[in-house]
Design a protein around this ligand. Structure first.
Ligand code: HEM
Length: 327
């Protein structure tokens, strides 16, 4: 049987059409994402791929009286829940200065009799990437040029042109000095979660911790005079005169707020709902260092959104944890 062939002109058209389909870059894997962190910060034995410098604290979480009408979690109806916390500085350099204008992190593990909840937040209300591809590109653009030992501004510009969200968090960080204390900065989930109440109502909200003693950044004089390591001692000294307290709020989404993009701020939607108070009364050195805090480890009544950044974090943190054991 004679094979049917496309006339020459039709074949040409087909090839032209195929060539005009933009090549879809493969979605980065969790290992690619940790490679990108290691590419900027290097590998440091035993350290996390990001938020490498940190320390641990212990205390309790006391739910607010109406918290369990927001989500039906047992953790929100308990009298008090034990809390384990790790404070950290963003990036994979375990010797980074405490004065650096980078994000501060809080990882909180609440442990109830039947369930647990990890909250892993940063000190700015936006993340620097909306997708895994944007995350990898942001970091690759910041790898130091071997000649100048600094990132190449042209590569950062090219990243920002492709991923305009890449400018938002850096400009927020540049607008104020570093926090004066881990207990004097707010922390934000940036991801949205669905909170389901026992009566069937559900609310999409982001979460945030607010320091009860108020927000305070370093003064110009402190930026000059303080040593590179002061946050740990400051926290220990602070506990000498009482607990370090942070209030947990849910910020419900307003109309038009994205439920899947952690790189954008939210409008002023409905009023915040107080969920409870985290009260830290014990510095515990590095006793939580081996933990992996997983932002999708959630209690009943709280569900993750389809935010692609949230969805990739557990796997990326697993890769980083496996690498911590390598020399
Ligand atoms: C593509 C998205 C992200 C990737 C690939 C990523 C990667 C990482 C990695 C590899 C670690 C170290 C994990 C470990 O060894 O246990 C880490 C820690 C951390 N990340 Fe992320 N991250 C992402 C997004 C975020 C976001 C959106 C936030 C907060 C809003 C955040 C906050 C933190 C904090 C606070 C820690 C320290 C946790 C601890 O103390 O153990 N990250 N991240």
């Amino acid at each position: 049987m004679k094979r049917k062939t496309l006339p020459f002109s039709a074949t040409g058209l087909l090839l032209a059409a195929v060539a005009s389909i933009p090549l879809q870059a493969a979605e980065p894997t969790p290992a690619d994402m940790v490679d990108a962190l290691n590419g900027v910060f290097g590998k440091h034995a035993g350290a996390r791929g990001s938020h490498a410098k940190g320390f641990c604290a212990r205390g309790t979480f006391t739910p607010a009286p109406a918290a369990d009408s927001f989500a039906s979690s047992r953790l929100l109806s308990a009298m008090q829940v034990p809390a384990e916390v790790r404070f950290s500085i963003g990036g994979g350099n375990p010797r980074v200065s405490d004065k650096s204008r980078s994000v501060r992190g809080i990882a909180v593990r609440l442990t109830g009799p039947e369930e647990g909840w990890d909250m892993v937040f940063i000190s700015e209300p936006v993340f620097f990437a909306a997708t895994p591809a944007s995350f990898v590109s942001f970091l690759k653009a910041r790898v130091a040029d071997p000649a100048t030992k600094k990132p190449d501004p042209a590569r950062i510009k090219a990243h920002n042109e492709q991923y305009p969200e890449g400018t938002r968090q850096p400009s927020m960080l540049g607008a104020h000095a570093a926090p004066a204390s881990y207990a004097s900065t707010p922390y934000f989930s940036n991801h949205a979660f669905k909170f389901m109440a026992a009566d069937g109502r559900s609310t999409w909200a982001r979460l945030q911790f607010e320091p009860v003693s108020g927000t305070r950044h370093l003064s110009e004089a402190e930026e000059k005079s303080l040593p590179d390591d002061f946050l740990e001692q400051e926290f220990r000294d602070r506990l000498g005169s009482g607990s370090a307290d942070l209030d947990l709020y849910a910020q419900p989404a307003g109309s038009g707020d994205s439920l899947t993009d952690p790189s954008v701020t939210w409008s002023n939607g409905p009023a915040r709902v107080l969920l409870g108070r985290l009260s830290l009364d014990r510095y515990s050195g590095q006793d939580c260092n081996d933990r992996v805090y997983v932002p999708t480890r959630l209690p009943a009544g709280v569900e993750p959104s389809d935010d692609p950044v949230l969805r990739v974090r557990a796997a990326a943190y697993g890769v980083s944890n496996a690498r911590r054991a390598q020399p």
